[in-house]
Write a protein that binds this ligand. Structure first.
Ligand code: NAD
Length: 357
């Protein structure tokens, strides 16, 4: 297994160091993985004049998976857009055709009162939102604003091909299957087929593919109802799949059910299961360099990599289990500590996870 390690800027290198400690511990136990690191984002711009240098892109393309930290800093905000650190992540997604975004929303029981919802609504929540990243109204043509002031018309086009819908559905069915150990898989497909033809096609294709996955129960929900149900009773869901726009909105809604940005990993996959794994948060310039960032989203991103690219559920369970145990023992970085609770550093949290593997 070849892993490209792109730590990036701000807290990226600090939290990546902890994920690599976890990976080293797994390697000592026999996991066969090679890593190679490269600069990305602002750090790459400073060294090479570009946020995604050719050598970094080649490394990512040659690897089986990319472990990504975070990029960005106010220092680069006045650069032309194509040189800003955030361009690196968009470039990697495009060049590697990472079309499927997987975002878990998991609430560890110990952190249930960090959510804005009542603890009993979210305690034990464990859902996965899968968002299509390359199609839909964000890319469809025609798109324009035309006409004179007073009579202007804005147009965007919802557009999906059968191939695009089909490949994201297969990712969703496979994910539902991978998560369902010892129980049937559950997939809820989100659409708006009551008013949109494109979404009727979305639903038809979901139904056509379902017989290939007899161990996964497929259901459908209109997006407006899904937005409501995610707040009312989020634990009814397991895996949800949605197009680019609906998935954009629902995945942010779902991640915030958990109330802790420093805890959430994500994956962006291509058609062969190769993926880029990263925390959902950014480079947190306000706390970088202080050794206080929460490394758990980065460590859980490594766990997702083992599960979804390398198909090693036992090793992934070990990582997730070690994080759970660490939280149960009371280890807390500042972002997840309650008033009066003892706060640990980034490296103490990483060491505790390694100790619990
Ligand atoms: P942010 O996610 O970096 O930070 C938001 C808040 O959450 C901050 O108060 C920060 O201290 C806190 N936080 C984030 N991660 C944390 C962690 N692991 N532990 C403890 N606290 C944590 O968002 P922002 O401040 O809006 O953006 C900062 C920079 O990051 C910007 O340049 C932005 O463009 C970039 N960004 C990058 C990515 C990415 O690399 N994929 C994603 C989002 C934002």
């Amino acid at each position: 297994m070849k892993i490209a390690v792109l730590a990036g800027d701000g807290i990226g290198p600090e939290i990546m160091a902890e994920a690599l400690k976890v990976l080293d511990a797994l390697r000592r136990d026999g996991l066969k993985a090679e890593t190679e690191s490269a600069l990305v984002g602002g750090a790459a711009y400073d060294a090479h004049g570009h946020p995604l240098p050719e050598a970094t892109l080649r490394l990512a393309q040659a690897a089986d998976a990319v472990l990504f930290g975070s990029v960005g800093s106010p220092k680069y905000d006045s650069l032309p857009r194509e040189h800003r650190p955030e361009k690196a992540i968009l470039g990697l997604r495009k060049e590697c055709d990472f079309f499927a975004n997987l975002r878990p929303a998991t609430v560890f029981p110990e952190l249930a009162d960090a959510s804005t919802l009542r603890a009993e609504v979210v305690a034990g929540l464990d859902i996965m939102i899968i968002r299509e990243l390359t199609g839909d109204i964000y890319f469809g043509e025609p798109r324009s604003v035309t006409g004179e002031k007073g009579q202007r018309v804005g147009v965007n086009t919802m557009h999906y091909t059968e191939a695009q819908i089909s490949r994201i559905m297969h990712v969703a069915f496979r994910t539902a299957r991978q998560r369902a150990v010892g129980r049937p898989g559950k997939l809820c497909s989100i659409d708006k087929m009551n008013v949109l033809e494109t979404m009727q096609l979305w639903r038809d294709i979901a139904v056509e593919i379902a017989p290939e996955y007899p161990d996964v129960a497929l259901s459908h929900m209109l997006v407006d109802n899904a937005a409501m149900q995610l707040i009312r009773n989020p634990k009814q869901f397991d895996v949800m799949v949605a197009g680019n726009m609906f998935g954009d909105i629902l995945s942010d809604e779902a991640s915030m059910l958990t109330g802790s940005i420093g805890m959430l990993p994500s994956a962006s996959l291509d058609a062969n299961g190769k993926g880029l794994y990263e925390p959902i948060h950014g480079s947190a310039p306000d706390i970088s360099g202080k050794g206080i960032a929460n490394p758990l989203a980065q460590i859980l991103s490594l766990g997702m990599m083992l599960r979804y690219t390398f198909n090693l559920p036992d090793w992934a369970d070990r990582v997730d289990g070690a994080v759970k145990k660490t939280l149960a023992q009371g280890w807390r970085t500042g972002d997840i500590a309650k008033l009066g609770e003892k706060v640990c550093s980034t490296s103490e949290m990483g060491a505790a996870v390694v100790g619990n593997l």
